[in-house]
Write a protein that binds this ligand. Structure first.
Ligand SMILES: Nc1ncnc2c1ncn2[C@@H]1O[C@H](COP(=O)(O)OP(=O)(O)OP(=O)(O)O)[C@@H](O)[C@H]1O
Length: 297
């Protein structure tokens, strides 16, 4: 018995310490956006491809909001309402006819802010033949600064695997359409992990739960909630979160055809609409109710 206890103690002592990467955000970011307007020029080609008409389409029609460190913002709205366009604009990735003010700790977008940001796109771009560990170690070797040794970079990658609950599949290949690999939820967590390696204080995610069952979606949003509570600012688009997911969001932005219908505390949204005469006739998931409203139903 004594020997057993000594072995357990020895094991605990050998447990490697989780690197600082997941402990706290190092450079907290307050994101503020005011009256964001985005337009595109649509051209119509006539005979022989000659442009006969160019018209302007307004995609974002004056959107304002603020997200603080420790908060998670969900952008909701029907398909085509402008969620991805706004996310891309906030992530500093949208050029062209963009108006309004977007600031990060009161400053404009800069390269140093870019290095403090992560962006997880809807379509994960991963190598199908690499395993989860190989993918994250490869990314760590490429993206972490040279001030880290190779061993430290590998420890970071392993820590991301543990923190995102990928230990069980760490030796499985990613896979693709013709190659069976990890599940959709695991794949999404690998994509999030790739961004987490640089420990960004501001993280954008486009539809991180799309195509996943509600338990897997819950797990991913819980991971993101934990990251937010470490002082990070998290902004995501999401289609139809379940009720329990919905209440994890500190702030909600509801869009309809590029216009904001609501921006504020997630916990206040139902009261806001019911005080304006819009309340569901039967108890329902707030996200479904908001989507019905944004669809004009
Ligand atoms: N560069 C562009 N040229 C023309 N139309 C555009 C352009 N960018 C976006 N749009 C249009 O703007 C609208 C909003 O697109 P966006 O992708 O932001 O919507 P979304 O809310 O993210 O939709 P989904 O939920 O289906 O992903 C759509 O009607 C889209 O076709």
């Amino acid at each position: 018995m004594e020997q057993e206890m000594a072995d357990i103690e020895a094991l605990n002592e050998e447990e490697p310490e989780v690197p600082t990467i997941f402990k706290k955000a190092t450079r907290a970011v307050s994101l503020k956006f005011e009256d964001v307007v985005y337009k595109v020029k649509l051209t119509k080609a006539g005979f022989c491809g000659k442009i006969v008409k160019a018209e302007e389409k307004v995609i974002l029609k004056g959107i304002t909001g603020k997200v603080l460190p420790g908060e998670m913002l969900a952008m909701l709205g029907p398909s085509g309402s402008g969620k991805t366009t706004l996310l891309t604009a906030l992530g500093g990735k949208l050029g062209g006819l963009l108006d309004g003010n977007i600031s990060y700790n009161g400053k404009k977008f800069s390269n140093s802010m870019k290095r403090n940001m992560g962006f997880v796109t809807q379509d994960d771009v991963l190598y199908p033949h690499l395993t989860v560990t190989e993918t994250l170690v490869f990314t760590a070797l490429l993206r972490l600064e040279d001030s880290f040794t190779t061993e430290e970079k590998i420890v970071h990658a392993e820590s991301v695997i543990t923190q995102l609950g990928l230990t069980k599949c760490k030796n499985s290949i990613i896979g693709g359409p013709f190659l069976r690999g990890v599940s959709g939820g695991e794949r999404k967590r690998v994509s999030i992990g790739q961004e987490m390696l640089i420990n960004p204080s501001l993280l954008f995610l486009d539809e991180p739960t799309s195509g996943l069952d509600s338990t897997t979606a819950q797990r991913i949003v819980s991971n993101l909630w934990e990251l937010a509570k470490g002082g990070r600012t998290i902004v995501m688009t999401i289609h139809q979160p379940s009720s329990r997911l919905f209440y994890m969001f500190d702030k909600v932005l509801l869009l309809s055809e590029g216009s904001p219908l609501y921006f504020g505390e997630g916990s206040q949204v139902m009261d806001y609409f019911s005080s304006n005469g819009y309340a569901p006739a039967v108890p329902m998931n707030p996200a479904d109710f908001l989507l019905d409203l944004a669809n004009g139903m």
